[in-house]
Ligand binder design. Structure first.
Ligand code: 5AD
Length: 452
């Protein structure tokens, strides 16, 4: 059977989609290639959020075609995911070496299409159609059986699509309308993962706080998403629950209060702010004000004072003035995020913001990016430094990527901790003393390990 190599760009949803496709192909007899150089099938799972992410994948495909087309004429090259969805046939017109273009509602068709291409029954396949029920089609995971690389943490997709239509964002066009899986279906997948040794589950979706809005009724004042959290929380053996990405407007009292009530729901929240200026928030169609956003953070910290809060911010949205940008800076200083991902605004096809007046020149975007980054890094360094000398609980994930002689884990508030441990610590919940902090990493002292 052929071997496949999948390269993933972009978010955690994409990582999960790649894993799902890989798992499905493995179940049909494919093997996973160690490198692209030895793979019979190379798939790029793409991201469209910014132009740079699209260009990276296109350049990569050009390189792959240049490298392999002549020496290995039978290699199958494919694009899947968000850029495949938004560009479709155009990708093959631009890059005639591409054999397959698979949209975001068609991941479950990968095996059938590859079979047809490999058998020579079809020459090129483009499928970017909508498909009802596609959000619940792939439940398989790749959890390696050997103790050495057994997964401790897994992603579970609970919904697809987004109806928020933020004016800068391409996601509603690449991922389609919001569609949610049932609570029973999600819980069954989580239960199976826990039975196979997983201790931490991250529930995924483009806007998880809108989970089940149309399908599942509010009960005792609890939204469908909180009902799902409660149901997953019941799973015996599961230690930690995370989720991403939520929308701030989804942080009703029921969700805020869940952080105080559900011990497996870790003290961590990623709340995309985008801007601190009410004028821009309105133009972005975000659905909250600066004051409302601050109130959510305040409430979360009241319920869980140690909660780690991260965010996404866009600099250079059309019409952003120096005053708007300073509003963002002042809110960032006020809130003190544990970390923030800063995005340089990128015009996306067919989005309302792309046609707005006052597009900001790149130099100005870069200048604001650098000022905001300095501010965020200074706050984060202080926050990380606060951990030094304290004990904290970590879940050990495995060997550190940078230094395989060390082990790495995460605190409940989502900070990476590196320590001199060994394979025997994998999948353990440990209490560790933090000795030093640097560059968004905490370093623990192995001499003061207490394994629970
Ligand atoms: N330009 C720059 N950043 C964007 N994001 C979404 N769309 C754009 C765009 N057009 C950022 C937002 C979002 C994150 C995943 O990507 O900050 O939260």
């Amino acid at each position: 059977m052929p071997s496949v190599f999948i390269k993933t760009y972009g978010c955690q949803m994409n990582e999960r989609d790649s894993e799902a496709v890989a798992a499905q192909l493995v179940s049909k007899g494919y093997s996973l290639a160690e490198t692209e150089a030895v793979a019979d099938v190379i798939l790029l799972n793409t991201c469209s959020v910014r132009d740079m992410a699209e260009q990276k994948a296109i350049n990569k495909m050009e390189n792959l075609a240049g490298q392999f087309r002549k020496s290995r004429p039978n290699v199958i090259l494919g694009f899947m995911g968000c850029m495949a969805q938004s560009r479709g046939q155009q990708l093959i017109d631009k890059l005639p070496d591409v054999d397959l273009v698979l949209g975001t509602q068609k991941f479950h068709r990968a095996a059938d299409y590859l079979d047809e291409l490999i058998a020579g029954k079809r020459d090129k396949i483009v499928d970017v159609a909508e498909e009802k029920g596609s959000e619940a089609t792939i439940k398989e995971h790749i959890l390696s059986g050997s103790a050495k690389d057994k997964s401790v943490s897994a992603f579970v997709s609970i919904m697809q699509g987004c109806n928020q239509y933020c004016t800068f964002c391409i996601v509603p066009y690449t991922r389609g309308e919001e569609r949610s899986r049932s609570i029973a279906d999600v819980v069954a997948e989580c239960r199976d993962l826990v039975a196979r040794g997983v201790k931490e589950i991250t529930l995924l979706g483009q806007i998880v706080t809108s989970y089940g809005k149309r399908e599942i009724k509010i009960q005792d004042g609890k939204s469908a998403f909180v009902q799902l959290l409660e149901a997953v929380h019941e799973i015996e053996g599961l230690e930690r629950i995370r989720f991403t990405s939520p929308h701030p407007k989804g942080y009703g009292d029921d969700l805020v209060e869940a952080y105080g009530r559900l011990p497996k729901l870790v003290e961590s929240a990623h709340l995309p702010l985008q801007s601190g200026s009410d004028r821009l928030l309105k133009l972005m169609h975000r659905g909250y004000t600066r004051e409302r956003f601050s109130k959510i953070i305040h409430d979360l910290r009241r319920v869980q004072p140690s909660i780690g809060i991260t965010t996404d911010i866009i600099v250079g949205f059309p019409g952003e003035t120096e005053a708007d940008f300073e509003e963002t800076l002042s809110l960032v200083r006020e809130i003190e995020f544990d970390n923030a991902f800063i995005f340089k605004y990128s015009q996306r096809k067919d989005t309302p913001a792309a046609a707005m007046p006052g597009q900001i020149p790149l130099e100005m975007i870069e200048e604001r990016h650098s000022r905001l980054l300095t501010c965020i890094n200074a706050i984060a360094a202080k926050k990380y430094e606060n951990f030094v000398g304290r004990h904290t609980q970590i879940l050990v994930e495995g060997a550190s990527k940078k230094n395989p002689a060390r082990m790495t884990g995460r605190t409940r508030c989502n900070k990476i901790v590196v320590f001199d441990g060994g394979e025997r610590h994998r999948a353990q919940i440990m209490d560790l003393k933090i000795e030093r902090a640097s560059n968004f990493t905490l370093y623990g002292d192995p001499a003061i390990l207490n394994v629970n």
